[in-house]
Design a protein around this ligand. Structure first.
Ligand SMILES: Nc1ncnc2c1ncn2[C@@H]1O[C@H](COP(=O)(O)OP(=O)(O)O)[C@@H](O)[C@H]1O
Ligand SMILES: [Mg+2]
Length: 226
């Protein structure tokens, strides 16, 4: 696709910011909405294997930051390829699959192997001098090839240490990977775990008092919208 075609597609997307996320008011019929997060909406370009991630007004500066991070990660197959970027958009590989969050909700099993792969991706990012942050289950996609891809690397340049991924792994190992845990976890249960975690109750139940001194993290990251 040439830059002119991409600009036309980006310009066709009109986004309204609501209290709980973004709503697309209009977009080209050549696009299909496939997701939205805390700072952008993501549309598949029909008849291609690519997506456009468009940052609405007020979030545009993130496009440049995320593009720079992707450029540093291009040699690692655990991240999507970046094809183009502009003032308020990125063009990336379309990753077929299901986010690990949706795997939990829909009962699609994933294993420690997938979590180890994600860790390999983060270790690679660290070797590139990055600081992986804002890592949660909606930003990891399980693909039909039974491997994972990490998306949404916009915050990999932040300086502060982000405990979130370690907390998520703690919960996965303490609950989800146990033999008695069902693959499908209803959203209500996920939210209750978040609330319990916030109130430091689960940590007591799981005997991890020390770890959860820095809590509140799961409540606003692991189970809720990114
Ligand atoms: N390259 C991609 N391929 C397939 N789906 C994607 C891709 N990028 C994002 N998505 C979907 O869009 C959602 C929001 O994208 P994300 O990059 O996390 O946005 P934000 O930075 O706003 O959190 C993701 O949770 C995922 O479901
Ligand atoms: Mg995200």
């Amino acid at each position: 696709m040439d830059p002119g075609e991409i600009s036309v597609l980006v310009a066709s997307i009109s986004i309204r910011e609501e209290k709980h996320g973004f709503t697309i008011i209009s977009m080209s019929p050549a696009l299909t909405l496939i997701g939205s997060g805390r700072s952008a909406v993501v549309c598949k370009i029909r008849s291609t294997n690519r997506v456009i991630k468009v940052f609405p007004s007020g979030y545009e500066h993130i496009a440049g930051e995320e593009a720079t991070v992707y450029e540093q990660l291009q040699d690692c197959a655990l991240f999507p390829e970046l094809y183009a970027s502009g003032a308020n958009y990125l063009v990336l590989d379309y990753i077929d699959g299901v986010t690990l969050y949706d795997c939990l909700v829909q009962g699609i099993p994933f294993t420690k192997k997938h979590i180890d792969e994600a860790d390999q991706a983060f270790a690679y990012a660290k070797r590139q001098g990055l600081n992986p942050a804002d890592i949660h289950l909606r930003n990891i996609i399980l693909t039909p090839a039974n491997t994972i891809k990490v998306i949404d690397v916009a915050r990999f340049k932040q300086e502060e240490y982000d405990q979130q991924w370690e907390d998520i792994k703690f919960y996965l190992h303490s609950i989800y990977f146990k033999r008695y845990c069902p693959n499908r976890i209803p959203i209500l249960v996920l939210r209750s775990i978040a609330t319990l975690y916030k109130n430091k109750l689960t940590s007591r139940l799981l005997g991890r008092r020390k770890h959860v001194r820095k809590t509140g993290l799961i409540a606003n990251s692991m189970w809720k919208k990114p």
